[in-house]
Design a protein around this ligand. Sequence first.
Ligand SMILES: *[C@@H]1O[C@H](CO)[C@@H](O)[C@H](O)[C@H]1NC(C)=O
Ligand SMILES: *[C@@H]1O[C@H](CO)[C@@H](O)[C@H](O)[C@H]1NC(C)=O
Ligand SMILES: *[C@@H]1O[C@H](CO)[C@@H](O)[C@H](O)[C@H]1NC(C)=O
Ligand SMILES: *[C@@H]1O[C@H](CO)[C@@H](O)[C@H](O)[C@H]1NC(C)=O
Ligand SMILES: *[C@@H]1O[C@H](CO)[C@@H](O)[C@H](O)[C@H]1NC(C)=O
Ligand SMILES: *[C@@H]1O[C@H](CO)[C@@H](O)[C@H](O)[C@H]1NC(C)=O
Ligand SMILES: *[C@@H]1O[C@H](CO)[C@@H](O)[C@H](O)[C@H]1NC(C)=O
Ligand SMILES: *[C@@H]1O[C@H](CO)[C@@H](O)[C@H](O)[C@H]1NC(C)=O
Ligand SMILES: *[C@@H]1O[C@H](CO)[C@@H](O)[C@H](O)[C@H]1NC(C)=O
Ligand SMILES: *[C@@H]1O[C@H](CO)[C@@H](O)[C@H](O)[C@H]1NC(C)=O
Ligand SMILES: *[C@@H]1O[C@H](CO)[C@@H](O)[C@H](O)[C@H]1NC(C)=O
Ligand SMILES: *[C@@H]1O[C@H](CO)[C@@H](O)[C@H](O)[C@H]1NC(C)=O
Length: 840
Amino acid sequence: MSVLVGALLLGQVLGQAVTPPSSKASSTRLWSTSSAVNWNNSYLIGNGRLGGAVPGNIASELVYLNEDSFWSGEFLYRVNQDARSYMPEIQQLVRDGRVVEATNLADIAYTGTPLSTRHYDTLATWEITMNHSSVATNGSYERYLDIDDATSGVYYDINGTAYFREYIASQPAGVLAVRIASNTTGAVSLQAHIRRAPDGSLNRFEDFTRRVGNDTMVMGGNDASYPGIQFSAGTRVVAKGGSVYAIGDTVVVDHADEAWLYLQSWTTYRRDDPEAAVLSDLAAIEKTYPEIRAEHVADYQSYAHRVDLSFGNSSAEQRNMTTPQRVAAANSTFDPEFTSLFFQFGRYMLIASSRNGTLAANLQGIWNSLMDPFWGSKYTTNINVEMNYWPALVTNLADLQGPLDDLITATRDKGTNVSAAMYGVDNGGFVLHHNTDMWGDAAPQDNYIYSTWWASAAPWMVFHQMEYYRFTGDTAYLRQVYPNLKSAAQFFVGFLSDYEGYKVVNPTMSPENAYYPPNDNTTAVAITLGATMDTELLWELFNGIKEANQLLQLGDDAFVEQLQALEAQLPPYRENYFGGLQEWIHDYQEAIPGIDHLSPLWAAYPGNQITSYNMTLFNLARETLNHRLQHGSAAGGWGASWCTALSGRFFRPDWATHCITHLLGTQLNPDSLLNSGAPSEFQADANYGMPAGMMELLLQSHESISTAGSSSGYSPPGAYGGSSSANQSLTAAFTGDVNKVPLIRLLPTVPEAFAAAGGGGYVRGLRARGGFEVGIVWDAKAGLVSANITSLVGGTVYVTLGDTPIGRNNGTAIKADGAGSGVFLKLTTQVGKSYAIGNA
Ligand SMILES: *[C@@H]1O[C@H](CO)[C@@H](O)[C@H](O)[C@H]1NC(C)=O
Ligand SMILES: *[C@@H]1O[C@H](CO)[C@@H](O)[C@H](O)[C@H]1NC(C)=O
Ligand SMILES: *[C@@H]1O[C@H](CO)[C@@H](O)[C@H](O)[C@H]1NC(C)=O
Ligand SMILES: *[C@@H]1O[C@H](CO)[C@@H](O)[C@H](O)[C@H]1NC(C)=O
Ligand SMILES: *[C@@H]1O[C@H](CO)[C@@H](O)[C@H](O)[C@H]1NC(C)=O
Ligand SMILES: *[C@@H]1O[C@H](CO)[C@@H](O)[C@H](O)[C@H]1NC(C)=O
Ligand SMILES: *[C@@H]1O[C@H](CO)[C@@H](O)[C@H](O)[C@H]1NC(C)=O
Ligand SMILES: *[C@@H]1O[C@H](CO)[C@@H](O)[C@H](O)[C@H]1NC(C)=O
Ligand SMILES: *[C@@H]1O[C@H](CO)[C@@H](O)[C@H](O)[C@H]1NC(C)=O
Ligand SMILES: *[C@@H]1O[C@H](CO)[C@@H](O)[C@H](O)[C@H]1NC(C)=O
Ligand SMILES: *[C@@H]1O[C@H](CO)[C@@H](O)[C@H](O)[C@H]1NC(C)=O
Ligand SMILES: *[C@@H]1O[C@H](CO)[C@@H](O)[C@H](O)[C@H]1NC(C)=O
């Protein structure tokens, strides 16, 4: 499209009014009265594949760019050729309690060669240099990120000329776009350029730049490896009025009334010739900016608007503050609208970083400004990438989980080979350790004694696929992913070994905690066998397979029986020396009592095994969290998020209040709300994870009620199997049992102070297991006003209010039309029908 055509299109839509954004009046905006002094406080935009971090500088704007497939090289084969032959020796050392020697041998025999997977790379910076002062007229500057429509704006006035820039990352158009307007004819003059200058350095790994025609510039290069991944990025400018031309490799706009800038990037991961792909995409843009914007907003809102959350009204003082001021105040006072903004911001981040066909959200989502980012901005699989996807199902974004499915496919592909080559387990099983990259690299990563020798990531990853089925009822999906579950289990069929009458994973870890071996309280070690978390993961996996096999009639019964036999020999759950759930095979003294990793609590969240149905086990797990918190756990962002979810499951609103307040008040970059994740500037997991954690306070659906009666014969570890008393009318059922229906628990753990501060609140559009959409309204005392359950796939569901355990009946009764009333209300639902729940 020529400059002339662009100008004609623009002419139809231009208005000259450029007014201050008045973000203070909007509860859906992050906003600030100054530009970001560093990347950390830039506003993030993304379309799943392309990401931008926008600082909002007045004259020298510099948008940090990312493309999700730009990693530091092609797949690296890192199998340690000696692992297999030394594995028996390492295992024997662990069995013998010679764990320091085991660690030393693992350090060379049981690491990847080389040590690390590929890491995520920064792409380039998009420099938009305005030909005007860099000083705004006093007090006029404002920037915002509006998470209601996924637009970011910058407004300022320079001596009576008002300027406004708007940034979007459009999934339908597949590009980033900027609109620059002014209220004065001919006042838009700028230069547009792209360069690879991370951290303000000179160009690195940039192999070419050139102008194309009068309105486009393109550049590209390679990552640091050979042959590596090549990338290209290009920008094209369309202007109304004035002129557009190129000098050197810069596109210049002179005296225009308005300008639209587009950005495209590809790598060789998806395009053979990235430069050609960039240029043809840019040349093909025919829609006007307003058309692209309208399409973008509709697309974004089709996801974002599925859930509406309100913790009630903020005070006039709170509403009067900028976002950084609200962050500072959030450490001491609950801010209802700011808290729901933070919740929706997490969903915004997921929509912006994980779309069908893109790569999964990594440690920084898709946003990274560094050549060598913290932790490689990779996929850490011992909590972080999983946490990124916690909100997907419950906050009604199940269709954004596809990239995680793709990552599981990639890791299975690579992990099957690692299983055979490093463990000698050549039965179709796949192994995954605590990190992976875009290629699904499944070899151990690093030689970090607290995490490297942990082979139990695959069960956690595929758990998300079982959960997807539970939330959606999609049996075709379950059939499709069943081979992943099976392959994850096959590895353990081949690798579990004997220890004191148990089947154990050896070696393993309890990520990322350490313990003191007996008779030595100075040397903290981490390598072990039969960690409690392994039992939890394998219980869920083996029983998930049993359940899927029965549901889908797969005829895999012999395999299921084999798994059940192994499960019966896993180490049991026991009480430890401080009254918590024992974390290791023996009752070792833990070395890091305040660690954020809540590994032994996996079965309480995200797992579904530990519930209040077995109060003994539940109390042990709850005591472990209590003990951790007393020693300073939940200090970092993802720790606080995991703590919040667990506090919900443990019915401890006080702990949830502490963890939410801690994250919102102390762990955020104050303008951008990005979790600061020290020592890195940004770690995305808490931004994704906390919204999911908060929802465990309002709605739970991980428990099930048995439909087989007390004689079902199935008794998972920890259940009150079969015992009955006068008021114990219902029996719980667990993973592995198909004779069950879900239990929806309304308002289990709402902090009363939160409810009181906002005067009550509501949530609409959450999803519950069994295929239900749930809305809940609560009052200023955290009591139920009403709830609304919509059945998406039919079926029976029980509903209860508060924290009454299954098997007791002394809670608060609720009612629904046609279903009578009770503490545990049974609804037999029809597809598409909504059921109104109220107090009995
Ligand atoms: C993030 O912020 C910290 C401190 O505010 C600063 O030291 C660091 O350089 C920033 N990082 C980037 C990438 O701007
Ligand atoms: C604004 O106008 C005043 C008065 O004409 C002038 O002194 C000042 O330099 C101008 N500032 C900018 C940023 O152009
Ligand atoms: C442009 O906006 C500025 C700031 O509001 C205002 O002072 C000025 O009068 C406006 N100019 C025009 C031509 O509307
Ligand atoms: C570039 O601009 C010049 C001067 O306006 C014009 O002569 C030329 O045709 C333009 N080239 C293209 C490719 O649009
Ligand atoms: C750039 O700014 C200078 C100084 O204000 C001005 O003289 C010049 O006309 C501007 N150039 C363009 C192309 O706007
Ligand atoms: C709102 O904030 C402004 C300054 O930011 C202050 O002057 C004003 O008094 C505040 N109003 C209220 C109601 O707090
Ligand atoms: C995702 O993309 C695949 C093909 O790329 C398509 O078959 C599938 O329907 C898409 N899923 C969604 C939820 O859009
Ligand atoms: C370590 O063990 C020694 C000897 O048993 C004991 O005196 C000391 O108190 C222990 N220290 C700690 C921190 O447990
Ligand atoms: C947050 O509040 C706690 C408790 O009042 C206080 O100890 C801490 O220093 C505060 N942190 C920040 C960053 O303000
Ligand atoms: C509760 O769980 C513990 C630990 O697994 C188990 O020992 C106990 O038997 C369970 N209690 C009941 C009543 O099932
Ligand atoms: C109940 O929820 C459904 C689905 O979210 C919605 O369409 C319906 O309007 C809601 N009904 C009431 C009474 O809120
Ligand atoms: C229900 O019974 C349990 C066990 O006796 C008791 O701890 C709990 O407080 C009771 N709850 C209510 C609401 O009465």
